[in-house]
Design a binder for this molecule. Structure first.
Ligand SMILES: C[S@@+](CC[C@H](N)C(=O)[O-])C[C@H]1O[C@@H](n2cnc3c(N)ncnc32)[C@H](O)[C@@H]1O
Length: 271
């Protein structure tokens, strides 16, 4: 990439180091232009004249830094993204947990890097559909993008966004409202949206299932191992980890076991 006077190599190094230290997100020279264009947008929005002034602002003001990190995230998501994962959840993970957790009928799930909520609500619909009483579930959905978390809390999705939801689920769990669909209140109440940066220990514990899909792909390997090991700490004795289908723990120094099922692969913690 050619150096521009607007955003010099020195600027790029300072910004990418800051982003990496604060979030684990790793900008390579190949995707430098993405970082540059996101910074340009921020300068325009905030009427700031130089990348150096903007750097001073975000390193001196926590809210501005949060807003900047939000602006550089990629939030692409959709309902039932990678359907095989939800088949595995329904037909492999839940039956396994029901055998193991005989005295405790609650299944705790963490959707880490939940974006605008499609992933945690998909999990909620699947579980609501299959769990017999007295079983119930709790979902924590976290992200570092406050904008995304607000969309998730609202539980409103446009006609385009609900494409891909099987019609029986759409009828059962959504109300058709002006301009789109709204998730039923009781399902919304089962998902708690929380700000959390995966760079830090969440303090959450005892999850039976963690979904962290299409998130660590933006991290380098050092940051990936740190996050995966934090999941290990946050998970219960027998529990399951889903990562994105283009992500892998292969060759990484972690304690998770690789599990191959007829629906696809996932990882298991068993101690
Ligand atoms: C591509 S979306 C994936 C959404 C969903 N998991 C899926 O697979 O459809 C990645 C999400 O990870 C979030 N993210 C990236 N780095 C993060 C970090 N350090 N802590 C928390 N969330 C992060 C982004 O804000 C974004 O919403």
């Amino acid at each position: 990439m050619l150096e521009t006077s607007f955003f010099t190599d020195t600027d790029f190094t300072r910004y990418r180091t800051l982003v990496y230290n604060e979030s684990g997100i790793h900008f390579t020279t190949t995707n430098r232009s993405i970082l540059e264009s996101r910074i340009k947008e921020q300068l325009r929005e905030k009427h700031i004249g130089s990348v150096q002034d903007y750097y001073t602002l975000i390193t001196n003001d926590k809210a501005e830094l949060q807003n900047f990190l939000d602006s550089i995230t990629t939030n692409l998501t959709r309902f039932f993204r990678n359907q095989a994962h939800f088949d595995m959840l329904q037909d492999y993970v839940v039956p396994e947990l029901m055998k193991f957790k005989k005295d405790n009928h609650t299944i705790k799930i963490w959707s880490a890097g939940c974006s605008t909520g499609e992933e945690p609500y998909t999990i909620a619909m699947v579980l609501q559909n299959i769990l017999p009483l007295p079983w119930h579930f709790e979902i924590i959905a976290s992200d570092l993008s406050l904008k995304c978390l607000m969309v998730g809390k609202e539980g409103f999705y446009s006609d385009n966004q609900v494409e891909g939801i099987p019609s029986n689920y759409l009828t059962k769990y959504f109300d058709h409202v002006a301009g789109g669909y709204k998730i039923h209140k009781d399902l919304v109440s089962k998902v708690r949206f929380d700000y959390h940066n995966l760079k830090h220990d969440p303090g959450f514990r005892n999850f039976d299932v963690v979904f962290c899909r299409n998130v660590i792909i933006y991290f380098d390997e050092v940051a990936q191992v740190e996050v995966i090991n934090r999941f290990w700490q946050a998970m219960s004795l027998k529990s399951f980890l889903f990562i994105g289908h283009s992500e892998s723990l292969f060759g990484m120094d972690t304690q998770f076991e690789f599990v191959k099922t007829k629906w696809g692969t996932l990882y298991q913690k068993s101690v």
